[in-house]
Design a protein around this ligand. Structure first.
Ligand SMILES: *[C@@H]1O[C@H](CO)[C@@H](O)[C@H](O)[C@H]1NC(C)=O
Ligand SMILES: *[C@@H]1O[C@H](CO)[C@@H](O)[C@H](O)[C@H]1NC(C)=O
Ligand SMILES: *[C@@H]1O[C@H](CO)[C@@H](O)[C@H](O)[C@H]1NC(C)=O
Ligand SMILES: *[C@@H]1O[C@H](CO)[C@@H](O)[C@H](O)[C@H]1NC(C)=O
Length: 304
């Protein structure tokens, strides 16, 4: 009877929403990576970071057609643009990021809900895509741990509202956010860009002693989030460098960023065409390569 069918349908939709797959975009191999294979990589820390919050990961390879990216877009529930070191205007990473960014804008405008997260280079890539130009400046904030300077918008932000109060206090008082970026988006350049100001709210800033730069922002009208710092490093990277923090508050902060993002990804019904398709493309099909504790990434996945 209809009641039972409706109930079954509801259950199926619920199950679909709980099985979340997040895409992570690969990027061109680092030029001097001795272990590199193929053409692109994803640091395993981003994979574990999302998995620890209950998502499955699909690696998204660079140098694919727009049609392929569009099909992937409708299969995954969210996208993470990771950190790294590639050109924000000319790389294959930036080309794919732009395609997904535009698909996400369009989908959200049409009433869908598709979240995008940018970390470090991913943050910078989002700023370039929104501003339609590169407004970054050198701050030389490589290998330094900083506390966040929260801005008034943080209080009512979707991202930080989901954090426990004592954790917000830790984030504002303890040096627990890992910064590994030469470039930053200054508050000054953000304020001068009508496009950026209209699109993002500044949730936190930091200062390199000379210049205030944005460390966390979220879009006003879209489920887009960007952190210039590295939540995934605290749990999963072990290079012995200043700026690396493994304290329990740093690890809790990391988990809460991932957990928040995965909960956002649960809000849409994107799914793979079949379980077989899903099994074929998820990260489980690949093995990471262990590089040791002296490298910036302990383990990386490499792709052709
Ligand atoms: C992939 O890379 C090759 C070699 O650089 C290039 O010729 C081709 O156009 C690229 N394809 C796409 C879809 O970007
Ligand atoms: C603003 O952006 C320009 C690039 O358009 C850059 O050269 C400059 O250093 C930036 N200034 C600040 C203060 O961020
Ligand atoms: C960045 O800082 C390091 C050490 O603090 C210094 O050696 C380097 O020259 C600086 N680079 C730039 C581009 O300012
Ligand atoms: C913590 O960060 C602040 C900058 O906000 C800096 O002045 C201070 O030296 C840092 N402390 C440590 C122990 O790194």
């Amino acid at each position: 009877n209809t009641k039972v069918i409706l109930l079954l349908l509801k259950k199926t939709v619920l199950i679909l929403c709980l099985l979340v797959s997040v895409g992570i975009l690969a990027q061109e191999n680092l030029p001097r990576d001795p272990l590199a294979r193929g053409t692109s990589y994803i640091s395993a820390s981003y994979v574990k970071y999302l998995e620890a919050a209950g998502a499955r990961v699909m690696p998204i390879r660079i140098n694919r057609t727009e049609e392929e990216y569009s099909q992937i877009f409708h299969s995954i529930n969210g996208l993470l643009l990771p950190g790294g070191d590639v050109d924000l205007l000319k790389s294959e990473f930036s080309r794919a990021a732009k395609i997904f960014y535009n698909l996400a804008l369009k989908a959200n405008d049409a009433g869908d809900f598709f979240p995008v997260w940018g970390t470090c280079l991913g943050f910078q890539q989002l700023s370039v895509l929104t501003a339609n130009e590169d407004l970054l400046t050198v701050t030389n904030t490589t290998a330094v741990a900083l506390p966040l300077t929260f801005k008034p918008a943080a209080k009512t932000s979707r991202l930080f509202q989901s954090f426990p109060k004592d954790l917000l206090q830790s984030l504002s008082e303890e040096n627990i956010t890992s910064n590994f970026h030469l470039w930053s988006l200054s508050v000054q350049n953000y304020s001068r860009s009508a496009k950026l100001k209209r699109f993002y709210k500044i949730l936190s800033t930091n200062n390199n002693g000379k210049l205030e730069f944005i460390s966390t922002m979220e879009a006003t009208r879209y489920p887009f989030y960007a952190v210039q710092w590295h939540p995934e490093k605290s749990q999963f990277e072990w290079v012995d460098k200043p700026g690396m923090v493994h304290s329990s508050s740093a690890i809790r902060a990391s988990f809460h960023t991932a957990s928040f993002f995965v909960s956002e990804a649960k809000k849409n019904h994107h799914h793979f065409s079949s379980v077989a398709e899903e099994e074929r493309v998820l990260i489980y099909n690949y093995s990471p390569v262990y590089a040791g504790f002296k490298t910036i990434f302990v383990e990386c996945y490499y792709f052709d």
